[in-house]
Design a protein around this ligand. Structure first.
Ligand code: BGC
Length: 323
C-alpha cells in the first residue's frame, strides 16, 4: 500500500519535518516522523479486531521538539550510558557530553533523536521507508564521518522491521537502537505492571547505582531479573534487590541467548486484556528492558494522555552499554 507523506512541523532553523504513514492490508498503521526518525504511533488490532495505538508519544511536532523522554526515537551514535562520557579507542581518548549526571546517555546533547533525517520511500520494496543521516566527524565528540541508514518496513504479518546500517571513514564506536515505549493495552491506558514479559536471556549485565554496567555478568536465576518464562512486569518491580533499587525498577541490559548471526526471538510481551502480543526479534547481543521509571506525569501525550511512571515499557535491542 502506498506510503503517505505530510508536513509535520518546522524546525527553529526553518527545516521541514515530515510524517510518513505506513499501512498494511490488515489495517495496521504506523507513523514515522523525520525528526529523530521517531515512531509517532502504531495502530494494531486487538483480539476483537479493534485498533489500539500501542506506542506512547506526543500529539504534535512541538511535543517532540520539547520532549526529553526519547518517545519512539532512534538512538545514536551510542545507545545507553558511557561512564564519565569518555572512551579510549586506538590509544586516543575521546570526550563526550556528560548529559546524565557524570555519564553520557543516548548519544549526547543532540543525539540522533534530535536531528532531522532524510527520508526516501523505496518504491520496489513493499512498505519501506529509508531514513538517512550523515553524522559529521567530531559530532557530539565521536570520531569519523558516519553515514547512517535506517529502514522501517511494515510487513503483511503485522511486523515493524527496523534495519540499521552505517558506514564510517575512521574507527569509531556505534550502538543504534529505537526507544519506543509500548503499552499493549493502548498508549493511554495506565501502567503496564500486569503485562507479561519473556526475555530470552539467562544472564544480565550488573549495574552500579548510576546504572552503569560494572562488567559483571550474572545469572538471572533466583533473582527478579528472571524473565525466562512469561512473568508479569509488576511481580518483583518493588523488590529490595539492589539492581531493582538502583534502577528504580527495571533499567538493565539482558545478555541474550544468541549467536548474533541468526535472528533471535529476544522477547515477548502480552497484554491479556487486549490480547495484543509483541514479539521482538533481533541479531544484537543485548536488550535493554526499561520499565519507564522516569516518566513523571509531566508529559502530555496524544489524546491528552498523562504519562506516569511505568505507563510503558521499552525493549531496546543493543550492544552492551559502557563497553
Ligand atoms: C535508559 C534509562 C533512561 C531512559 C531515558 C533508557 O534507555 O536506560 O535509564 O532514563 O532511557 O528515557
Amino acid at each position: 500500500m502506498a506510503i503517505e507523506k505530510k508536513l509535520f512541523g518546522i524546525m527553529p532553523s526553518g527545516e521541514e519535518v515530515y510524517l510518513y504513514t505506513l499501512k498494511n492490508s490488515n489495517g495496521m498503521k504506523t507513523e514515522i516522523c523525520t525528526y529523530g526518525g521517531t515512531i509517532v504511533s502504531s495502530m494494531v488490532p486487538d483480539k476483537n479486531g479493534e485498533f489500539h495505538d500501542v506506542v506512547l508519544g506526543y500529539a504534535d511536532f512541538e511535543g517532540y521538539l520539547k520532549g526529553d523522554k526519547y518517545f519512539g526515537s532512534l538512538i545514536g551514535r551510542f545507545g545507553n550510558r558511557i561512564q564519565y562520557g569518555k572512551f579510549i579507542l586506538n590509544d586516543k581518548e575521546y570526550v563526550l557530553a556528560q548529559n546524565n549526571g557524570e555519564n553520557h546517555l543516548h548519544g549526547g546533547l543532540k543525539g540522533f533523536d534530535k536531528v532531522v533525517w532524510d527520508a526516501m520511500i523505496i518504491e520496489d520494496e513493499p512498505n519501506t521507508l529509508e531514513l538517512s543521516y550523515l553524522s559529521k566527524d567530531g559530532e557530539e565528540g565521536y570520531p569519523g564521518n558516519l553515514a547512517v541508514k535506517v529502514k522501517y518496513v511494515l510487513t503483511e504479518d503485522n511486523a515493524l522491521e527496523i534495519i540499521y546500517m552505517a558506514t564510517t571513514d575512521k574507527d569509531t564506536i556505534i550502538n543504534l537502537t529505537n526507544h519506543a515505549y509500548f503499552n499493549l493495552s493502548g498508549h493511554s491506558s495506565g501502567d503496564v505492571l500486569d503485562h507479561k514479559l519473556m526475555i530470552n536471556a539467562d544472564k544480565f549485565t550488573v549495574n552500579d547505582k548510576f546504572s552503569i554496567p560494572t562488567g559483571e555478568i550474572k545469572d538471572v536465576a533466583d533473582t527478579p531479573m528472571d524473565f525466562r518464562t512469561l512473568t508479569p512486569i509488576g511481580k518483583n518491580i518493588e523488590s529490595d534487590y539492589d539492581q531493582i533499587v538502583f534502577g528504580n525498577g527495571y533499567d538493565h541490559n539482558w545478555v541474550l541467548n544468541t549467536n548474533c548471526s541468526d535472528t533471535l526471538k529476544a522477547a515477548q510481551a502480552i497484554a491479556e486484556n487486549t490480547g495484543i502480543v509483541m514479539d521482538v526479534y533481533t541479531t544484537t547481543p543485548g536488550v535493554q528492558f526499561y520499565s519507564a521509571n522516569f516518566l513523571d506525569g509531566l508529559d502530555v501525550g496524544k489524546d491528552k494522555a498523562i504519562y506516569k511512571m511505568r505507563n510503558g515499557f521499552c525493549l531496546e535491542t543493543q550492544y552492551f552499554p559502557n563497553k
